[in-house]
Ligand binder design. Structure first.
Ligand code: AMP
Ligand code: ZN
Length: 493
């Protein structure tokens, strides 16, 4: 069965047929780096991480480009407020963004091109638009003339004649038409600028995405994504710029992620309800946040509240408990025997197969992670029942059925990006952690040693001692988590 995706352009679900067999080229609009990102931004980035991971799970090679907007009015204003240069400010928040993404377990993009490193490429596209008569210079600014691009409005479905324009993309007196938008902005004193055929200035926002996406993915690439608020004007303008210049379709599938609201209200400065991701991460594990996001279809609005976080936390606990009990049962199960499954185990295998198909069916249907999570919980239920039977039976069972449960769970975790976080510090088997600066044992070595002792205690069924070691580490701010296949730890911020 092919994957079907909802294409904003056609307003229907379509079969995903990539430009090149087995390969997906994907561009997702990245952050404007002038502040720490909020939980709404995080939703969009998590959703596209989920989509990317699922495509990988289904065997596609995925090229994932995500830009960084590092020159923009908001950056310049904030830099002035903080008394630093726009470059320094942008660098600071770009690094903060990368750390936030790592904390959330979002895979790094294949490439993260920065706008300021692609000024020449943008100038080429702007020149192409001027040469072809789609753009004009006006007092050092360059504008895209919307009137000239007959298809303008085809992505967002807007009929501009019927609409009051609210766009403020340049001084009205410099523009020919109200909808015209800036490709290049003439330099103002104290702002960063680059030289151009139209005098010194800086690029408009929309041009960077058309330029960098086609530079790295070519014309007519597969998927372009972003939050729903970007459909108009950002994506409509990206499309106009790219198609006017190349004369070819820009993107095959437009995917937009729904907005996150806080306690049923839009997040906004004026309401004072903006929740920075970093703050949410202090009290909540990244897995809880991912679980919460997965629980709502990526296109639907999501209501973020303390209650929804608590629900997600409870759901996650059901999964981690199951994984823990399964590991425990596995460590006691016998390898050998005659290898024959009982009737019950044959039935379990069949059920698991069916659930796996159901899971894939939901994800294939426009990445319906909410329905897929429902199936994951069915697997958790089946696993709990079987592990319960094995444990209460008291006799060591064959490993094979327990391993089957584990495989199905791990498979689903991978497809959804659950428990795939790159933890701050993880003991990697066979890799010796670095020693401390004074040549003595480092913190990492000592924590690893304690966890080895804890593992040994568990192997000897000294669960009380094992728990004491974990609890003491927690008190010291070292969080230990049992995960399928072992344990991980990190220092809590
Ligand atoms: P920005 O840095 O403002 O361009 O936003 C980065 C990404 O976050 C874009 O894809 C936006 O569409 C998305 N975004 C912004 N606000 C929200 C929100 N409240 N819910 C979901 N996504 C959002
Ligand atoms: Zn963009």
């Amino acid at each position: 069965m092919p994957i079907r995706v909802y294409n904003t352009m056609t307003r229907k679900k379509e079969e995903l047929v990539p430009r090149e067999l087995g390969k997906i080229s994907m561009y997702v609009c990245g952050p404007t780096v002038y502040n720490y990102i909020h939980i709404g931004n995080a939703r969009t980035f998590l959703n596209f991480d989920m989509i990317r991971r699922y495509l990988l799970y289904r065997g596609y090679e995925v090229e994932f480009i995500q830009n960084v907007t590092d020159v923009d009015d908001k950056i310049i204003n904030k830099a002035n407020e903080e008394g630093v240069s726009p470059e320094v400010l942008a660098d600071t928040y770009r690094e903060a963004f990368e750390l936030d993404m790592a904390d959330l377990g979002v895979m790094p993009p294949t490439m993260a091109p920065q706008a300021t490193e692609h000024i020449d490429d943008m100038l080429e596209v702007i020149s192409c638009l001027v040469d072809k008569g789609y753009a004009y210079e006006s007092e050092g600014d360059v504008y895209f003339e919307v009137e000239k691009f007959a298809d303008y409005g085809k992505l967002s479905g807007r009929n501009l004649d019927e609409q009051q324009h609210t766009l403020a993309s340049g001084p009205e007196d410099r523009k020919r038409g109200p909808w015209d938008f800036a490709l290049w902005k003439a330099a103002k004193p104290g702002e960063p600028s680059w030289s151009s055929p139209w005098g010194p200035g800086r690029p408009g926002w929309h041009i960077e995405c058309s330029t960098m996406s086609t530079k790295y993915l070519g014309e007519s690439f597969d998927i372009h994504g972003g939050g729903l608020d970007l459909v108009f004007p950002h994506h409509e303008n990206e499309l106009a710029q790219a198609e006017a210049c190349t004369g070819k379709p820009f993107v095959r599938y437009w995917i937009h992620s729904g907005m996150l609201n806080i306690d049923m209200e839009k997040m906004s400065k004026s309401l004072g309800n903006i929740r920075p991701l970093r703050e949410v991460l202090i009290e909540n594990d990244a897995q809880v946040i991912r679980m919460l996001m997965l629980g709502t279809h990526y296109r639907s609005p999501l209501n973020f509240s303390d209650d929804s976080l608590a629900d997600a936390g409870a759901s996650l606990e059901r999964v981690t408990n199951c994984a823990f009990n399964l590991e425990d049962a596995l460590s006691r199960a016998a390898v050998g025997g005659d290898g024959k499954k009982t009737e019950r185990e044959l039935e379990l295998s069949k059920k698991l197969e069916g659930l796996k198909d159901e899971f894939v069916g939901h994800m294939d249907d426009d990445f319906n992670s909410a329905a897929a999570l429902g199936v994951l919980f069915d697997v958790v239920r089946e696993t709990n029942t079987y592990v319960g039977e094995v444990t209460s039976g008291g006799e060591p069972r064959l490993k094979v059925s327990l391993l089957e449960c584990k495989e199905v769970l791990d498979d689903m975790f991978g497809a959804l990006g659950l428990f795939q976080t790159a933890w701050g510090t993880t003991s990697v088997p066979g890799e010796e952690p670095a020693r401390a600066a004074d040549g003595g044992p480092s913190r990492d070595q000592l924590v690893d040693l304690l966890l080895e002792v804890r593992q040994a205690a568990r192997d000897m069924k000294s669960f009380e001692l094992a728990d004491r070691i974990r609890d003491s580490l927690t008190e010291l701010g070292v969080r230990v988590e049992d995960v399928p296949g072992g344990y991980r730890w990190r220092v809590e911020r």
